[in-house]
Design a protein around this ligand. Structure first.
Ligand SMILES: CC(C)(COP(=O)(O)OP(=O)(O)OC[C@H]1O[C@@H](n2cnc3c(N)ncnc32)[C@H](O)[C@@H]1OP(=O)(O)O)[C@@H](O)C(=O)NCCC(=O)NCCS
Length: 169
């Protein structure tokens, strides 16, 4: 995806190991300390899962990313975040759709992820895409908070959610 927004290029492209420091800075602005991956782990994930992980660029700066790894026949969304000042413009949806397209195109049979039970914005995003709760993960997070594991297997729901909507400037 490429677009022009107020004289500034917006684009989504596959993640590279060299993106790790910029992804780390998005993480720092987006997650509690317990949930932040180190730059070394991010570098490994970008290299290992690079063909299913993406960065969102605005004016050549990384303002959002999604790390998705293919595990067997499933896509596991390991991490997704958008810089606070770029939120509510459809960037999270655009990034999530890179994972949902793996399902819509038949490369995987499901997409799954974990989310804090208190994370309302993320839960709204995922449930509006058609994800449903498959498990409650007691004490899953480092500070003891519970998590939900969410899954989506419905290809049509994934297609509907991702068709005809673009991130706004
Ligand atoms: C979750 C996150 C990635 C969403 O990114 P975003 O770019 O703001 O999301 P979008 O603009 O694409 O929003 C898509 C939909 O998600 C839901 N949503 C997103 N933010 C929301 C909020 N603050 N409150 C309620 N619903 C919200 C809405 O349904 C929204 O659709 P709408 O704008 O048409 O109402 C972003 O809030 C974020 O980075 N949060 C911190 C990191 C995080 O929690 N990541 C998820 C870990 S599992």
């Amino acid at each position: 995806m490429r677009a022009e927004c107020g004289g500034c290029a917006h684009a989504v492209r596959e993640c590279r190991a060299s993106d790790a420091p910029l992804i780390y800075s998005v993480e720092l602005s987006s997650f509690k300390p317990h949930d932040i991956y180190s730059p070394e782990i991010l570098k490994f994930l970008c290299a290992y899962c690079g063909d299913s992980s993406y960065v969102y660029l605005a004016c050549n700066d990384v303002v959002g990313y999604i790390i998705t790894c293919i595990e067997g026949g499933a896509a596991h969304v390991i991490s997704l975040a958008v810089r606070p000042e770029y939120r509510r413009r459809g960037i999270g949806r655009a990034l999530l759709c890179t994972a949902l397209n793996l399902l819509a195109r038949g490369r995987v049979s499901e997409v799954f992820l974990e989310v804090r039970v208190s994370n309302e914005p993320a839960l709204r995003l995922y449930t509006s895409a058609g994800f449903t709760i498959s498990e409650v993960l007691r004490g899953y997070y480092g500070d003891g908070e519970d998590g939900y594991r969410l899954r989506l297997r419905d290809r049509e729901a994934a297609r509907r959610f991702c068709t005809g909507r673009r991130a706004a400037c």
